[in-house]
Design a protein around this ligand. Structure first.
Ligand SMILES: Nc1nc2c(ncn2[C@@H]2O[C@H](COP(=O)(O)OP(=O)(O)OP(=O)(O)O)[C@@H](O)[C@H]2O)c(=O)[nH]1
Ligand SMILES: [K+]
Ligand SMILES: [Mg+2]
Length: 366
């Protein structure tokens, strides 16, 4: 049996199996197996389908945003609107056949926007260029899911499932579980408070199926599920990525429908054709990326506000040093900081100090 058939068989068994207390354990095991096979499916192979030549684009700028959606929802139209890059637009499916990068300049940051081919149900199992598209989405900092407002229905749910099945977790935090494989000692299972959906037996069985016999598990959140625990075991194949949903073509639906769509979580409504909602979309992209702008100031020089250093959320003075120059840390004495991250401006700070958006940082060296 090939992997696809094995996956199919497990999925059928899962569908057949009624969910209740008695089958909970069996279902947990099946889910663990499913995750294992899916991981194998996604291992890069020599004879990868479709021939991916020229598909991968070098990362550039401060963050990468992937445009994911069904064919002809307006991904290329959007790229052409918000960047200077022109990607072919047409009213037939699969107009875009490769990835097309564009640059969106915003708040002094350079954001790489990747226009991608449309994907359909089954993409993760190799339909069309789906696997490559999804693999590219996995490398992004934000997935911008483009949906067609005129096609009410389950586009959103289908795409979410496709992304989920390759280990992408949208708008979720990694499960709060400490997990470490050991050389000996069996399974040590502990929790800070009794988990509602897990116990030592199911955890042990899933681990045995992964051929892990010695491990330390500490569940720090009572709401951790079997699925979450499987994610923990497969942590190296999981990506926790923000997703913003954009319904395009709102020029072609009723106001009531626009209103209904706009009320969904993490959602914006736009029309590339009529230029509606695009400024709002760009602002939402920026907010979801949680990037911080830091203005660096040299002693005796005046500040250049138009040219910030752009760093990730949770960045510290050390991150700032590393983004200025590799060797600056060696001569570091302290940083003087003006802005929201300090009580007094300026304040002397060390390498571990966390910076805030729009801080001014002056590095004092030996
Ligand atoms: N009514 C309306 N049509 C739009 C809008 N945006 C794009 N379109 C049309 O939708 C069709 C598909 O647009 P594309 O930008 O090629 O869509 P795509 O998602 O890149 O398509 P693929 O590359 O084939 O996956 C074109 O005919 C566009 O003119 C919009 O806001 N309103
Ligand atoms: K198209
Ligand atoms: Mg396109």
């Amino acid at each position: 049996m090939g992997i696809l058939e094995k996956i199919q068989a497990i999925q059928e068994e899962l569908n057949r199996t009624q969910k209740n207390k008695a089958t909970e354990y069996h279902i947990g095991l099946l889910k663990g197996k499913l995750a294992r096979y899916r991981a194998q499916l996604l291992e890069p192979t020599q004879s990868s389908s479709g021939g991916g030549q020229g598909f991968e684009v070098q990362k550039s700028g401060d963050a990468r945003i992937a445009l994911i959606g069904f064919p002809s929802v307006g991904k290329s139209s959007l790229l052409s609107k918000i960047t200077k890059t022109k990607s072919e637009i047409a009213n037939y499916a699969f107009t875009t056949l490769t990835s097309v990068p564009g640059v969106l300049e915003y708040n002094g940051a350079e954001l790489q926007i990747l226009d991608l081919p449309g994907i359909i149900q089954g993409a993760s199992e190799g339909k069309g260029r789906g696997r490559q598209v999804i693999a590219t989405a996995k490398t992004s900092d934000l997935i911008l899911m483009i949906l067609d407002a005129t096609k009410a229905g389950d586009q959103r749910a289908i795409l979410e499932r496709e992304l989920e099945s390759v280990g992408i977790r949208l708008n979720q935090d990694p499960p709060n579980v400490y997990f470490k494989v050991k050389k000996q000692g069996g399974l040590k299972f502990n929790s800070t408070s009794p988990p509602k959906y897990l116990d030592e037996k199911i955890v042990g069985s899933i681990l045995r199926d992964y051929k892990i016999h010695n491990a330390e598990v500490l569940v720090r959140d009572e709401n951790v599920t079997v699925e979450d625990f499987i994610d923990v075991i497969n942590a190296s194949h999981r990506s926790y990525i923000r997703c913003l949903y954009a319904y395009n073509k709102i020029d072609s639906v009723s106001l009531e429908e626009v209103d209904r769509l706009a009320r969904q979580p993490n959602t914006v409504v736009i029309s590339c054709e009529l230029d509606l909602g695009l400024d709002d979309l760009v602002e939402r992209i920026w907010n979801d990326l949680s990037l911080l702008r830091v203005y660096t100031k040299r002693r005796g020089e005046s500040l250049k506000f138009e040219d910030p250093l752009v760093v990730r959320r949770n960045a510290t003075v050390e991150t700032v040093c590393d983004s200025i120059h590799r060797s600056i840390k060696d001569q570091f004495r302290y940083a003087l900081i003006w802005g929201a991250s300090v009580k007094y401006s300026p304040q002397k700070c060390g390498l571990q100090h966390a910076v805030a958006d729009e801080d001014v940082v002056s590095i004092v060296t030996k």
